[in-house]
Design a protein around this ligand. Structure first.
Ligand code: NAP
Ligand code: MG
Length: 398
């Protein structure tokens, strides 16, 4: 059998711990026997990040800007304990944060849905994709605790020295005060990423804020989305048969709970933080959640939503066979291969990505699963297998 060929390489970002082990197994068992895989390899494992003073992360992000599509393994974000464990020179920043900042991208997360694992919200039939604006608002705020009677003012100082001032509140006793900001540039980049992604997956885009209460701040988000939609995307959306829909955040939540899914839901930073955890838990497992970073100029980085599954890795190091779920990492690979295929016009590679996804879903629907799905899957004769056995069962179905 001749292997499927590729033209442009994927940017391959390897990672840490259990997911690093799974990474190699996915390639060896499910991809390399079928595809003449072309990648440019960057080792984002913590040891190599430390050796290169984190330059490897920056290099991989730059290469993604050039080549357009990357696939990333989960990586350790160092903390004090990791400093000693890996004897690190510095507490390097989160690679995901670095890459996101360099690509100015938005993260889209969606559950992988299979027959037999029903979401806790029983009307959800199709996945809901959450797009979270990962910049500003309460995550970059300035806060004060006021201890005694005082007046809090908001002061804007322009370059030429002009000042605008308004009183926030006259405190007669203790209290708290908080200053927030966002920028037109970041909101616009977020909006374009969302419109592009919705067109990509041919699903309608919902966006929600609280503009009736926040008449300037949230209203700016609403206006930017609306202007960009009218000027740049309306025709494309109509041609694709999808819609852009704006509503208030509380109304959106009510509609989402009654919907059948199958749309992209764009949210401000805090709302996205809260709602993505709601979605993940309603769909059962972080191991069944995919994630893709999309830049406003159409560069893509695919990954799993979960971390490096440290607890399983320590068991693996002791020689125990582990049953870690490879689905989210497998879907990162199929997402990246499909996008590469579409950009390069490779019909057989695109078809392969679809076949690999279907084979993995069929495996679960046949009752062959990793341990985490045991309590979630409704099936008469389930068989719990190791990660390697699961991937072999997938390969057999391709
Ligand atoms: P985690 O790796 O997502 O794992 C938390 C727990 O969730 C695991 O112990 C396991 O539960 C379950 N789980 C997650 N993925 C699973 C899978 N594929 N199959 C089966 N079970 C799965 O989160 P963490 O333990 O908080 O973080 C570990 C490391 O990952 C940290 O160093 C953190 O910095 C990093 N991290 C990286 C990313 C990223 O690169 N995108 C994201 C988050 C965290 P049981 O142990 O109960 O089986
Ligand atoms: Mg959160």
């Amino acid at each position: 059998m001749s292997k499927i060929s590729m033209t442009t390489p994927l940017v391959e970002m390897d990672g840490d711990e259990m997911t690093r082990i799974i990474w190699k197994q996915i390639k060896d068992i499910c991809i390399l026997p079928f595809v003449d895989l072309k990648t440019e390899y960057f080792d984002l494992g913590l040891k190599h990040r430390d050796e290169t003073n984190d330059q490897v992360t920056v290099d991989s992000a730059n290469r993604t800007k050039e080549l357009g599509v990357a696939v990333k393994c989960a990586t350790i974000t160092p903390n004090a304990q990791r400093m000693t464990e890996y004897n690190l020179k510095e507490m390097w920043k989160s690679p995901n944060g670095t890459i996101r900042a360099m690509l100015d991208g938005t993260v889209f997360r969606a559950p992988i849905m299979v027959k037999g694992i029903s979401p806790f919200v029983s009307c959800w039939k199709k996945p809901i994709t959450i797009a979270r604006h990962a910049y500003g608002d309460v995550y970059r705020d300035t806060e004060y605790r006021v201890e005694e009677p005082a007046r809090a003012d908001l002061v804007i100082t322009y370059k030429d020295g002009r000042e605008e001032r308004s009183t926030i509140f006259e405190f007669t006793g203790g209290g708290v005060v908080e200053g927030l900001y966002n920028t037109d540039k970041s909101i616009s980049a977020f909006a374009r990423s969302c419109f592009n992604y919705a067109l990509d997956v041919k699903q309608s885009l919902w966006f929600a804020t609280k503009d009736t209460i926040s008449k300037t701040y949230d209203h700016r988000f609403k206006d930017i989305f609306s202007e960009i939609y009218e000027n740049e995307y309306k025709d494309k959306f109509e041609a694709a048969g999808i819609e852009y829909f704006y509503t208030l955040i509380d109304d959106a939540v009510a509609r989402v709970m009654r919907s059948e899914g199958g749309f992209v839901w764009a949210l401000k930073n805090y709302d996205g933080d809260v709602m993505s955890d709601m979605l993940a838990s309603a769909c059962g497992s972080l191991a069944m959640m995919t994630s893709v970073l999309v830049s406003p100029d159409g560069k893509y980085e695919y990954e799993a939503a979960h971390g490096t599954v440290t607890r399983h890795y320590y068991r693996y190091l002791k020689g125990e066979a582990t049953s870690t779920n490879p689905m989210a990492t497998l879907f990162a690979w199929t997402g990246a291969l499909r996008k590469r295929a579409q950009l390069d016009g490779l019909a057989d590679l695109e078809e392969f990505a679809g076949k690999l996804e279907k084979a993995s879903l069929d495996t679960i629907e046949d009752g062959i699963i990793t341990g985490d799905l045991n309590s979630l899957l409704d099936h008469p004769n389930k068989k719990i297998v190791t990660t390697e056995e699961f991937l072999k069962a997938v390969a057999a179905r391709i």
